[in-house]
Ligand binder design. Structure first.
Ligand SMILES: Nc1nc2c(ncn2[C@@H]2O[C@H](COP(=O)(O)OP(=O)(O)OP(=O)(O)O)[C@@H](O)[C@H]2O)c(=O)[nH]1
Ligand SMILES: [Mg+2]
Ligand SMILES: [Zn+2]
Length: 303
């Protein structure tokens, strides 16, 4: 490799421009050789400093270990971040969280083969600040649940223990405190945070892109808050892979291709009836199955 070539990791992507950390650790703004390189934070890339140019160009994206994606409203898949070790879904009592969005994020991580954990922020707020009862079934499933407060610092060490040696992406609804957590974890005010708009209790959108921060214990990236999240479209029979408690029982169903809706001798429906599966999680599975059907049709129409 000459001094005019290098490789690096995309730290932040603005679509047609990216910030890349070169092998030596230097961060440089880069342009893209082609429009359709589809680069997101976490991507490994090849760089070139072409004669006569005044900046680095990303020439190629190297193979991804994994990529977290979302579906747009037409069912097309969009990359969010690549080469992740885990997804931290952040929730808080305020603004009120939609547990179905949490389920879909976890399903999106499962489809990508990425571990997930649940981070419950704003522990400093009074117990009656919001309903977090939806968190319990995740604990019962064995998913790590880490209660923290970005403001008071409570639980941060336990969170750092979970993040150590890994690259984690924080995701979740707007205003739950992702950027505040990142700042508290990194020990300096590096990401803009927004106030809650008066009255509505709804978060103001502040973060506009994901950026990877390196800390002594690991890498962590923030992401823009969302109102909703839909995982990429998978085959109908694979939707269950996003729900551990359903996928793990599927082999007990009478039919191999059971979708666990109204089929006879379905182990999943039986587990919902007996209370072994949380009815809200089952409802969430059915909703995602329906959404997947709809997005699949739209995707077909749009080519
Ligand atoms: N009480 C309390 N408020 C917090 C805590 N963490 C964050 N907040 C507040 O919640 C609001 C939103 O915080 P942000 O960190 O901007 O939230 P975000 O998830 O990054 O929001 P987006 O970038 O819009 O997705 C701000 O007013 C923060 O001060 C916390 O631990 N306790
Ligand atoms: Mg933010
Ligand atoms: Zn079944």
């Amino acid at each position: 490799m000459t001094d005019r070539e290098d490789t690096g990791c995309v730290i932040e992507s603005y679509g047609r421009r990216v910030v890349v950390e070169r092998t030596g650790g230097e961060r440089v703004p880069c342009k893209l050789k082609r429009k359709n390189l589809d680069l997101v934070a976490g991507d490994e890339v090849s760089l070139q400093f072409a004669p006569g140019d005044d900046e680095w160009t990303v020439t190629e994206r190297l193979p991804r270990r994994n990529v977290l994606c979302r579906s747009d409203s037409r069912g097309r898949s969009e990359s969010l971040a690549a080469n992740l070790d885990q997804l931290g879904v952040v929730v808080a009592p305020r603004p009120a969280c939609d547990p179905f969005v949490v389920d879909r994020y976890i399903a999106g991580a499962r489809y990508a083969g990425i571990d997930a954990l649940l981070i419950v922020n704003k522990l400093d707020l009074p117990a009656d600040a919001g309903d977090l009862s939806f968190v319990e079934p995740f604990r019962a499933l064995g998913m790590p649940v880490v209660p923290v407060s970005a403001h008071s610092g409570a639980g941060l060490q336990a969170l750092i223990d979970r993040l150590t040696g890994r690259r984690s992406l924080l995701a979740g609804q707007s205003g739950v405190g992702k950027s505040s957590l990142l700042n508290a974890l990194a020990g300096e005010a590096v990401r803009a945070t927004g106030g809650l708009s008066q009255g509505s209790g709804e978060g103001r959108h502040t973060t506009v892109s994901s950026a990877i921060l390196r800390t002594p214990w690991g890498e962590i990236a923030d992401s823009p808050g969302v109102r909703d999240y839909a995982p990429p479209v998978v085959a109908l029979k694979d939707v269950q892979l996003g729900f551990d408690e359903i996928a793990s029982r599927a082999h007990e169903c009478r039919f191999l291709d059971c979708l666990h809706l109204r089929e006879p001798q379905c182990a999943v429906q039986a587990a919902v009836e007996s209370g072994a599966i949380d009815p809200r999680r089952y409802e969430s599975y059915r909703r995602l199955l329906n959404l997947t059907r709809q997005l699949d049709e739209k995707r077909g129409w749009s080519g």
